[in-house]
Design a protein around this ligand. Structure first.
Ligand code: HEM
Length: 235
């Protein structure tokens, strides 16, 4: 069993650096953010080829993250951060009453875990709908699987795709706002570890979580990339 990812209250010990996010999880995150922006801007600018390709790349990335949630490092594993409503409520209550001050979560806190799952599911649904979309006024905006639907259905899916994107964009805005709230109000910088992978801790009892192996991530990415390429080109 991996180390406990529960919160800990720091006791006075010399600070040391521990790694909490493995490289594949960090690359996934920032690549997803870039692709999200590219898909959005290319959609607005009617750059169909770029929009479709960035959406497909997002799909591959999201499928990779789902697989990584089962075989990745401790903090990437779903079962280490997906929590039920009661734990999420308790965490939010503790946050509101200031009880979480001075405590540290190695990995996603319960509310963060819920947001992560909402972002992954929301993005997955957006790109999934995109695959079956066909714009009525621009045939270049055609998802790789749109030909499987009658044209009027594919056009309807395109409208749902666009509407759903608005909801995901709002979720992303909330995600960024929450991170800024932690940084500016709670003085808890969650962004730096998502870049560097590490945090500084004073608690000597805190065990460093197991990080996912990069070779394993490359293998998973290659399998998903090949499967997706074959699937999108053969259906
Ligand atoms: C389109 C934009 C974005 C999307 C779709 C997105 C999505 C996600 C997802 C899926 C995760 C979970 C990471 C994982 O466990 O694999 C995450 C975590 C995180 N994101 Fe984003 N993100 C976006 C932009 C940003 C931006 C701009 C920031 C910086 C302000 C940011 C800061 C973070 C942080 C700090 C975490 C870790 C939170 C924690 O410690 O629990 N994200 N994001």
């Amino acid at each position: 069993m991996g180390p406990s990812l529960n919160q800990s209250t720091p006791s006075e010990h010399p600070p040391r650096t521990i790694r909490i996010w493995d490289l594949p999880t960090r690359i996934f995150h920032w690549l997803l953010a870039v692709l999200f922006a590219v898909a959005w801007i290319s959609g607005e600018m009617e750059l169909a080829w770029l929009h479709v390709r960035s959406g497909e790349a997002m799909l591959g990335l999201l499928l990779f993250r789902i697989a990584w949630g089962f075989v990745g490092g401790d903090t990437a594993l779903f079962h280490n951060f997906v929590r039920g409503p009661q734990k999420i409520r308790r965490y939010l209550h503790a946050l509101a009453t200031g009880e979480t001050k001075g405590t540290l979560h190695v990995g996603h806190n319960p509310a963060g875990g819920a947001m992560v799952m909402a972002l992954i599911t929301g993005c997955l649904l957006a790109v999934g709908l995109g695959l079956f979309s066909q714009e009525d006024d621009d045939p270049l905006f055609t998802g790789a699987l749109a030909h499987l639907l009658p044209q009027n259905y594919a056009e309807l899916v395109a409208e749902i795709h666009e509407g759903w994107f608005g909801i995901v964009a709002a979720l992303v805005a909330l995600h960024v706002a929450v991170n800024l709230f932690y940084l500016l109000v709670l003085d808890n910088n969650l962004i730096r570890p998502m870049i560097s992978g590490s945090i500084i801790v004073k608690d000597s009892t805190l065990q460093e979580p197991r990080m996912g192996k990069t070779w394993k991530a490359l293998l998973v990415a290659a399998l998903i990339g090949a499967g997706l390429y074959a699937g999108l080109n053969s259906l």
